[in-house]
Design a protein around this ligand. Structure first.
Ligand SMILES: NC(=O)c1ccc[n+]([C@@H]2O[C@H](COP(=O)([O-])OP(=O)(O)OC[C@H]3O[C@@H](n4cnc5c(N)ncnc54)[C@H](O)[C@@H]3O)[C@@H](O)[C@H]2O)c1
Length: 327
């Protein structure tokens, strides 16, 4: 069976990718340092523990498994943290990606699928962001991801290494069977935080900024269901398997939801009140990030099926109620 090296496969999105890869007949080989992920989430193929900064360990794993392609999810990915300790982000994300590209080239692995982010676009208020929008990140996290996109372009010019870049908007929801799901510690993503507040795992949710230039004053984001997102990755893999050129695709739905709208939707799905307080803006937060996603639909044939707000919250809530990895 075709082997895919899944960096970050013990994390939220990577573990869902492994489930879908296994379902599609691939063998996912997880490479992860378990810094923000969970060994319990590695259920669909072997786990190779290691850090992207350890080049010798990467070489060992490439030599052992000879993967046909890479899905690169591993990263530090908290916007706020990236503004406090930017060096971590440049070292781990960017040097880690250089190591991975070099190890791939040396091992003759020529297909690379990369998790980028809408944070590479920065704060372009009022604009629907498509793949041709300027990339002007306003935080170190987004800057580190943009740098990796440049690295992939350079490697592609010099070596046999084709890539598909996916710029995710906000990823939400979970596996329908609640076998895996989203669990970050600390949690920084809105929907799981709202669910923690709903069931008393935290006192309340803080809304960071209520004076943005949006209809209700809170930030607006575009949410995409994790299963739809990872299904796009399989289409990206097939794109490269068909010998097509390197390409970047946004993954979002084109609909924006404010923080208050997400809270209201969560209240309706769970049928419980959402305790909250209003706080100040955080540095590095853009006002509105909404995707133009027609390229993935038109060129990859992507069909998002579960990316409605009630569905994403319902799936996240089902997982949340399992007690997940806290058990
Ligand atoms: N969750 C979102 O909404 C979102 C949005 C845009 C982009 N992304 C990107 O998607 C990817 C996955 O995000 P996630 O939410 O699943 O994050 P996550 O923290 O759940 O998973 C990341 C995984 O990578 C591992 N890892 C981190 N640094 C590593 C290193 N140096 N070496 C080896 N393993 C390492 C962690 O242990 C973890 O298992 C990230 O690249 C992130 O930037 C996520």
């Amino acid at each position: 069976m075709t082997k895919i090296l899944v960096t970050g496969g013990a994390g939220y999105i990577g573990s869902h990718a492994c489930k879908v890869l296994a379902r599609e007949g691939y063998t996912p080989i997880v490479f992860d340092n378990i810094s923000t992920g969970w060994e319990e989430a590695v259920k669909f193929g072997p786990l190779e523990k290691g850090d992207l900064l350890d080049r010798a360990r990467l070489d060992e794993v490439f030599a052992k498994h000879k993967p046909d392609a890479i899905m690169h999810f591993a990263a530090l990915s908290q916007v706020g943290e990236s503004m406090q300790v930017p060096g971590w982000y440049w070292r781990s994300n960017v040097l880690g990606a250089v190591n991975l590209c070099e190890a791939a080239v040396e091992a003759g692995c020529a297909k690379f699928i990369f998790s980028s982010t809408c944070a590479t676009y920065g704060d372009q208020d009022g604009v629907v962001l498509d793949e041709n929008s300027l990339q002007m990140p306003i935080n170190a996290y987004g800057a580190s991801k943009r740098a990796i996109e440049d690295i992939l372009a350079n490697f592609g010019e010099t070596f046999e290494l084709k890539h598909v870049i996916f710029r995710y908007f906000n990823v939400a929801g979970g596996d329908e069977a609640a076998e895996i799901g989203e669990f970050h510690r600390p949690e920084t993503h809105l929907i799981p935080i709202v669910l923690d507040a709903v069931d008393g795992k935290r006192d309340k949710l803080t809304i960071y900024g209520t004076d943005y230039d949006t209809p209700d004053g809170t930030c607006i984001r575009d949410y995409v269901h994790v299963m739809d997102l990872v299904e796009a990755h399989v289409l990206g893999l097939k794109w490269l398997e068909a010998g097509k050129d390197s390409r970047a695709f946004n993954l979002g739905t084109g609909s924006g939801f404010s923080v208050r709208e997400v809270m209201n939707a969560a209240g309706q799905v769970t049928n419980r009140p959402v305790p909250y307080e209003e706080g100040d803006r955080r540095p590095g937060d853009a006002t509105r990030l909404v995707s133009g996603s027609s390229r993935a639909i038109d060129e990859l044939g992507w069909k998002p099926r579960r990316s409605t707000m009630p569905q994403m919250i319902e799936d996240a809530w089902r997982w949340h109620q399992t007690g997940h990895y806290e058990k």
